[in-house]
Write a protein that binds this ligand. Structure first.
Ligand code: RP5
Length: 183
C-alpha cells in the first residue's frame, strides 16, 4: 500500500510514479540550499504516511515555474502546499496568489538577518491572500509538516489516528523527563 512506501527525497518522485500515487502535499523551496531545512517537513509527512513531492521553484528566479506549480497543484491531487524560502521570501505568497489550496510558509534562516527578513516577508500577507506562517528554520519546517498532516486529517481518519498517537508519545516523553528529574 502507499503507506509502506518510504518517501526518501531521492526516490520520492520515482516511488510515487511506480506506485501510481499522487502527491497530497507539495513542498516547494526557493533554492536547493533550503533542503536541509525543508527535509524536516518531509520527515513529518513520512511519519504520517502522507505522499508528497519536493521541488525547487523561486518567486524571483523562476517565477513562471512557481506560478505553474501553484496553478496545477490542486488538479494534480495536492491538498496542501508547504513553501520555504529565505531572504525577501515571497515564494509562499506567490504560490498562495495562484491557488485556493492552503499554503504553509516556512521562513528560512539563510540570510545575514537570520530569517527575520523571511519571516516578515512570509507572514505579512495583504488581506485576502493568507499564508499560514510557521516559525523560522528547522523547527518551523517540522511544524509545517505536522500542520499539513492536521489539515489532511480532517478528511483522513488514518492520518488523524497517527497524529493522536504522535501527541500521546510527546506527552509520555515529557512525563518520563519529569519523572527522571524528580529522582
Ligand atoms: C532564497 O535565497 C532561497 O530560498 C534561499 O534561502 C536563498 C539563497 O539561495 P541560494 O543563493 O543559496 O540559491 O531565494
Amino acid at each position: 500500500s502507499w503507506k509502506d512506501v518510504h518517501f526518501r527525497k531521492d526516490i520520492g518522485m520515482k516511488a510515487l510514479k511506480r506506485f501510481d500515487i499522487a502527491p497530497r502535499v507539495g513542498i516547494v523551496m526557493g533554492s536547493d540550499s533550503d533542503l536541509a531545512v525543508m527535509d524536516e517537513a518531509a520527515a513529518m509527512l513520512k511519519k504520517f504516511g502522507i505522499p508528497y513531492e519536493m521541488t525547487v521553484a523561486s518567486a524571483h528566479r523562476s517565477p513562471e515555474k512557481a506560478m505553474t506549480f501553484a496553478v496545477q497543484a490542486q488538479e494534480r491531487g495536492m491538498q496542501v502546499i508547504i513553501a520555504g524560502a529565505g531572504h525577501a521570501a515571497h515564494l509562499a505568497g506567490v504560490l498562495a496568489a495562484h491557488t485556493t489550496l492552503p499554503v504553509i510558509g516556512v521562513p528560512i534562516d539563510s540570510s545575514c538577518l537570520q530569517g527575520m527578513d523571511a519571516l516578515l516577508s512570509t507572514v505579512q500577507m495583504p488581506p485576502g491572500i493568507p499564508v499560514a506562517t510557521v516559525s523560522i528554520g528547522k523547527p518551523g519546517a517540522r511544524n509545517a509538516g505536522i500542520l499539513a498532516a492536521q489539515m489532511i486529517a480532517l478528511t483522513d481518519p488514518d492520518v488523524a489516528e497517527l497524529l493522536a498517537a504522535f501527541k500521546a508519545d510527546m506527552a509520555r516523553e515529557v512525563a518520563a523527563k519529569a519523572e527522571k528529574l524528580a529522582k
